[in-house]
Design a protein around this ligand. Structure first.
Ligand SMILES: CCCCCc1ccc(-c2ccc(S(=O)(=O)CCO)cc2)cc1[C@H]1C[C@H]1c1ccccn1
Length: 240
């Protein structure tokens, strides 16, 4: 059904996350600190705490040649590929396939010493925001992951501490049409990726441990994931 029980929440969160992702990290005065750089990838964070817990918002901007936003979102959303690129994943369960572009996931992530193991339940929604209104507007593909409850999996019932997150993978494809009118090849395309994430680690974890983990894990994740998409798509026809 086009309108399922989570539809209004998903619609609101997606609109809010797309607007947030499209805001640049602005000039240095806006509180965004550049903390990792690798080629075209720039990773920023803001230092924020909620009830004494580190919930540093993260925003990464990356430009990857040879792939499209549709392809990035396809491999990010689809459960069947996740174990290939998500290295901190211990267990992933699709609790519900709500529609062909909306799933409910339960994930347990590998324990990161000295903190206790974490799990998370989130809905994941894949959406194409075409620019058919104004031609030169951005053609956006996005996946938004947002924590939610599930009656069969109450928080902190087992060994894992429940975390809460909102993640937005927002992509814009750029095409440089070949001069001689030849068909568009992967050499003529690139994808501008904006990845935003806010993770509330649930139970207490030392700020120094969390910040060290984020500093190590986020750049590794985005590099590994984008390399995975490049490798998966290199011999396939372009998914626009
Ligand atoms: C003491 C550590 C507490 C927090 C551990 C933890 C759990 C989940 C997550 C997480 C869960 C989902 C997503 S996603 O973008 O929706 C993709 C689908 O998997 C992303 C990151 C992050 C972290 C933090 C390690 C940090 C970290 C950062 C990037 C990758 C892995 N780990």
């Amino acid at each position: 059904a086009s309108h399922h029980r989570l539809w209004s929440e998903i619609d609101n969160v997606v609109k809010q996350q797309v607007a947030w992702a499209r805001l640049g990290v602005g000039e240095s005065g806006t509180g965004w600190q550049l903390f990792a750089e690798d080629g075209e990838m720039r990773m920023y964070r803001r230092e924020e705490e909620v009830d004494g817990m580190v919930v540093d918002p993260l925003k990464a901007v990356h430009i990857v040649k040879g792939i499209t936003g549709h392809e990035v979102c396809h491999y990010f959303f689809s459960p069947q590929y996740r174990y290939d690129w998500e290295t901190t994943l211990e267990q992933m369960t699709v609790l519900e396939t709500i529609s062909e572009d909306t799933c409910l996931f339960l994930q347990t992530h590998k324990r990161i010493w000295p903190a206790s193991q974490r799990d998370v339940i989130f809905w994941s929604h894949l959406r194409h925001l075409p620019n058919d209104q104004d031609r030169d507007g951005p053609d956006i593909w996005t996946v938004v992951n947002h924590s939610t409850e599930h009656k069969d999996y109450p928080a902190n019932a087992g060994k894992c501490v429940r975390i809460y997150l909102t993640v937005c993978m927002l992509c814009q494809t750029r095409v440089n049409p070949p001069k001689d009118g030849a068909p568009i090849s992967r050499d003529d395309i690139s994808c501008k990726i904006t990845y935003c994430s806010v993770v509330n680690p649930g139970g207490w974890a030392p700020a120094s441990v969390l910040r060290a983990v984020y500093k190590r894990e986020y750049p590794k994740f985005l590099k590994r994931f984008t390399a995975y998409v490049t490798n998966q798509t290199k011999d396939k026809s372009i998914m626009f």
